[in-house]
Design a protein around this ligand. Structure first.
Ligand code: SAM
Length: 256
């Protein structure tokens, strides 16, 4: 079940790539090392990461065939892509860099996920993660409120439970898992988009994919119509419109 659409996702490519580069700036190169990109999507950014850190080999892992289809164009020169879920990610040999940009917000139970990720990092290796944390923005609240109302409530059983923890909690978790040089940064990105409709298009490519995957085509069309109405009622019609986006970036080194 994949509702990811690479074309829709990449409509806001420039806005979305900024946090990726901010995360990459936190990473120390690993010349000749091994890296993994969890939830690599179309693989374009994985390739940038692979080259920038100087890895000998990098694997991009994703559970969406449609996103991975695009990644084939990027493969080669030590870069490979694999279909698979982060939920079952248990590598036999740990990596020098476990990297993940804008993907772990799709995985639940971070308290139990992080110890597994930590096991995948070699002693002296790095973990680098960026996650959107914008569930308190009206762009997400309107969708969640709809999911809490019939007819959608009957099908969905309620809104999505947001799994991203408080920034401090990640610092504590990484510390308890034997990481040093821990940096957890909460950053608000400010985007000037053409109009409110651009926010709808943005969210269609990401957050709404959760609801799309659980509704029939007809139900989703109705959901989207009511989402647009709800968002328009909540936001003034300014052009451009300011879309603030809260994100967590973290980086740490595993003790040797
Ligand atoms: C917002 S995209 C980010 C893609 C890429 N990292 C980037 O920065 O452009 C999130 C990606 O995470 C993938 N994903 C979500 N849940 C996953 C899981 N459990 N296992 C593997 N990939 C997952 C999706 O298929 C999607 O390609």
């Amino acid at each position: 079940m994949s509702s990811w659409n690479p074309e829709q996702y990449e409509r806001f490519r420039n806005e979305r790539s900024k946090p990726f580069f901010d995360l990459l700036d936190m990473v120390t190169p690993i010349p000749g090392g091994r890296a993994i990109d969890l939830g690599c999507g179309t693989g374009e950014l994985t390739k940038v990461m692979h080259e920038r850190v100087g890895a000998k080999s990098t694997v991009g892992l994703d559970n969406s065939e449609t996103m991975l289809e695009r990644s084939r164009e990027q493969a080669g020169r030590g870069l490979a892509f694999k279909l698979g879920t982060i939920l079952r990610f248990r590598p036999r040999t740990p990596y020098d860099l476990v990297f993940s940009n804008a993907a772990l917000q799709w995985v639940d139970e971070h308290e139990s996920l992080f110890p597994k990720l930590a096991e995948a990092v070699a002693p002296g290796g790095q973990i680098a993660i960026q996650m959107p944390d914008n569930d308190t923005h009206v762009s997400h609240l309107v969708a969640d409120a709809l999911a809490d109302e019939d007819p959608f409530l009957r099908v969905l059983g309620g809104p999505r439970t947001w799994p991203v923890l408080a920034p401090e909690r990640y610092a504590e978790i990484l510390d308890s898992l034997g990481f040093t040089d821990i940096e957890v940064v909460l950053r608000i990105y400010v985007h000037h988009l053409e109009s409110r409709d651009s926010i709808v298009e943005w969210v269609k490519g990401t957050y709404l994919t959760y609801y799309k995957a659980r509704l029939t085509e007809q139900e989703y069309e109705e959901f989207l119509k009511r989402y647009r109405e709800g968002l328009y009622a909540a936001l003034p019609d300014t052009r451009p419109v300011v879309y603030t986006y809260r994100r967590l970036l973290m980086h740490a080194v595993k003790a040797s």
